[in-house]
Design a protein around this ligand. Structure first.
Ligand code: ADP
Ligand code: MG
Length: 653
């Protein structure tokens, strides 16, 4: 059955989180590994199988070329826009300079929405396991500073994952919702979000159910990853000075270095000095080399001072915009810190310096965005009433006019949804048509802004320049997605575009990817159940063999032979991938081992004539698939750790 719940998803650069509102509270849902944060990491294995989250992250060291992380940095972006990002990642980025980026993994090209969809699929499953029903709808968050193409790409990722993205909301707005839902008094808040890949700042007016975004700003090229890179470079430079070896040339060493650098960075949020220890990091003719080093918090701060300082500009511009809109006396009452990186003391100090107050510490910086998204889901579902969310568009939108100058129709920080129209005309006599070049950005010349789309309105009747009246209208919906329309008022001729193609994917492509993701979901499910069955069969064999070894001598020869034959069959079955055969063999062995279980049971209760008839009725007596967690690797286990026969019969002392 499909759930009517709308889940909230924080699709982060580094970590993703899923939450749902039930009754009056929001639950942040733990994934299959029991974690509330799922790394936004995807890997493709040798057989084309897809790994997501912690399992993907864990194998990154040995499979770095086929492991994709930070894909959010590439969402909706063209190759020539991501030169800096490309240098940060070990996987291959393909596509011409003006084309949308693709990622090449094991010879196959994936669009960023496809990769993100794999993460979304995983989160969808997490929510479904928790709710016990299919989930169809989600609210997904994006950085406030995401442009139209990036938003559209995020929506596409949802569709590919089989989720209807009922609303895209800005991460800071989501945080404000989570923070301010129960606030009765009016408050002006700033949400300062420093995550792994992006930095966002928003100022909101919150109170009595109204969430009014006053201004927003940020830097989509600034995050914790950049700090890690600085630390890595420092370590690699130091190591090279000592040994002459450049670790950056060795993928495996580089990946270990990256992990160690991030770990050191995080530790330095709470301690003043930390040890780095990477044995056997590389080798030369003189033998293996180990890397040991101390890093102090002061060193980390020195290495990253300029990066952290880059958060200042957007904050000041945001404050300035807010004051322009609300008066020079406008000030914030509370600063909410969001994102993993805000745990760094230097960042907190910067916040304090900019806003002149200690930041609020009452929200969980890792989970608050997803919680807000879940609240928004409940608002859309009308489970929560009387909430008004007034978001703004983060960048100015306009059209190109004569001489390549941008004419702005919708200035940045305009509350959305919004609708603007303006009348333009021709630049030369008898001009047969006009090109509408739609732009996003703050620069005066069109070439310095981002092209969202172009279309032509043709068939204008001959007329002197300046005569035709062409009405251009811009509509931004609640997701921040733009629709542009042009009309010749003289002839009534119209032309419009939804700036949709800007994510680079047509509806057909999105649907094709969706089908592919679905087929993978089937295949992944089959793979998982195969692994589960294998593991169960494996531990069954282990348990029966062990019991047979200890107590087999008490069995009759035919009984013993029967069990041994069953073991042999299951071992044969396990050599292949035939799920049905493994299941059959498991069943046969389970049946055969009843004899063994029965014998042990009777031994244990020699005088119990009136006792339970046989092991079939004793719950859990059969040494079949036991309490072992599915997917767990079977192996020698201690008593009571899933060793069913021993645990139930207590034969051993
Ligand atoms: P995103 O929103 O990009 O998914 P998160 O909010 O999860 O990211 O933040 C991830 C970033 O936070 C990473 O760069 C990580 O190294 C950093 N981080 C996590 N914990 C700490 C910590 N204790 N100190 C400093 N940085 C941290
Ligand atoms: Mg985040």
């Amino acid at each position: 059955m499909a759930s009517n719940k709308i889940i909230g998803i924080d699709l982060g650069t580094t970590n993703s989180v899923v939450a749902v509102r039930e009754g009056d509270k929001v639950t942040v849902i733990a994934n299959a590994q029991g974690n509330r944060l799922t790394p936004s990491v995807v890997a493709i294995g040798e057989k084309g199988e897809r790994l997501v989250g912690q399992v993907a992250k864990r194998q990154a060291i040995t499979n770095s070329k086929n492991t994709v992380y930070s894909i959010k940095r590439f969402m909706g972006r063209r190759h020539n826009e991501v030169a800096a990002e490309e240098k940060l990642v070990p996987y291959e980025i393909v596509g011409g300079p003006d084309e949308l980026v693709k990622v090449r993994v094991r010879g196959k090209d994936y669009t960023p929405p496809e990769i993100s969809a794999m993460v979304l699929q995983d989160l969808k499953r997490t929510a479904e396991n928790y709710l016990g029903e299919e989930v169809k709808k989600a609210v997904v968050t994006v950085p406030a500073y995401f442009n139209d193409a990036q938003r559209q790409a995020t929506k596409d990722a949802g569709v590919i994952a089989g989720l209807e993205v009922v609303r895209i909301i800005n991460e800071p707005t989501a945080s404000a919702l989570a923070y301010g839902l129960d606030k009765k008094k009016n408050e002006k808040i700033a949400v300062f979000d420093f995550g792994g890949g992006t930095f966002d700042i928003s100022i909101l007016d919150v109170g009595e159910g109204v969430f009014d975004v006053v201004a927003t700003n940020g830097d989509t090229h600034l995050g914790g990853d950049d700090l890690d890179q600085r630390v890595m470079d420092f370590i690699a430079d130091t190591f090279r000075a000592d040994t002459g070896i450049d670790l950056r040339k060795d993928q495996m060493a580089l990946q270990r270095l990256k992990e160690a650098a991030e770990k050191a960075k995080c530790e330095l949020s709470t301690v003043l000095e930390t040890d780095l220890n990477l044995p056997f990091i590389t080798a030369d003719s003189s033998g293996p080399k180990h890397l040991t080093m101390k890093i102090t918090r002061a060193k980390l701060e020195e290495l990253t001072r300029d990066l952290i300082g880059r958060a200042r500009g957007p904050c000041l511009r945001c404050l300035e915009d807010a004051r322009r809109k609300r008066g020079a006396a406008f000030n914030v009452d509370e600063v909410i810190l969001v994102g993993g990186q805000i745990r760094m003391p230097a960042i907190e100090a910067l916040v304090k310096e900019i806003f002149g107050r200690d930041p609020h510490k009452g929200v969980n910086p890792d989970e608050v965005v997803a919680v807000g998204a879940a609240i928004q889901g409940a608002v859309i579902n009308q489970e929560i009433k009387d909430i008004l969310l007034l978001d703004v568009t983060p960048l100015s939108l306009g059209v190109e006019t004569l001489g390549g100058v941008v004419d702005i129709l919708i200035p940045r920080n305009t509350t959305i949804p919004t609708h603007k129209t303006k009348v333009y005309t021709t630049a030369s006599d008898s001009q047969p048509g006009v090109e509408i070049h739609v732009l996003q950005g703050e620069r005066p010349m069109s070439r310095d802004n981002r092209t969202l789309g172009r279309f032509e309105l043709t068939g204008l009747p001959p007329a002197p320049r300046g005569m035709p009246q062409i009405e251009v209208s811009f509509d931004i919906d609640a997701n921040g997605i733009l629709n542009v329309h042009a009309k010749d008022l003289g002839t009534g001729k119209e032309q419009s575009i939804i700036i949709k193609s800007s994510s680079g994917l047509s509806d057909d492509e999105v649907h094709k990817m969706q089908r592919e993701a679905e087929s993978h979901a089937e295949e992944d499910k089959r793979q998982r159940s195969l692994i589960e069955k294998r593991n169960q069969a494996d531990s069954l064999v282990y348990n029966v063999q062990r019991t047979l070894k200890e107590h087999g001598s008490k069995l009759s020869e035919p009984d013993r032979a029967k069990i041994e034959a069953a073991i042999k069959e299951i071992q044969e079955a396990l050599k292949g991938d035939d799920l049905a055969r493994i299941e059959r063999a498991s069943e046969t062995l389970t049946q055969a081992s009843y004899t063994l279980a029965q014998m042990l049971y009777q031994q244990k209760q020699p005088g119990a004539e009136a006792g339970p008839a046989g092991p079939q009725e004793a719950p859990g007596a059969a040494p079949g698939p036991g309490p072992q967690a599915p997917g767990e690797t079977p192996g020698p286990k201690g008593k009571g750790e899933g060793d069913v026969i021993d645990a139930d019969y207590e034969v051993k002392e």
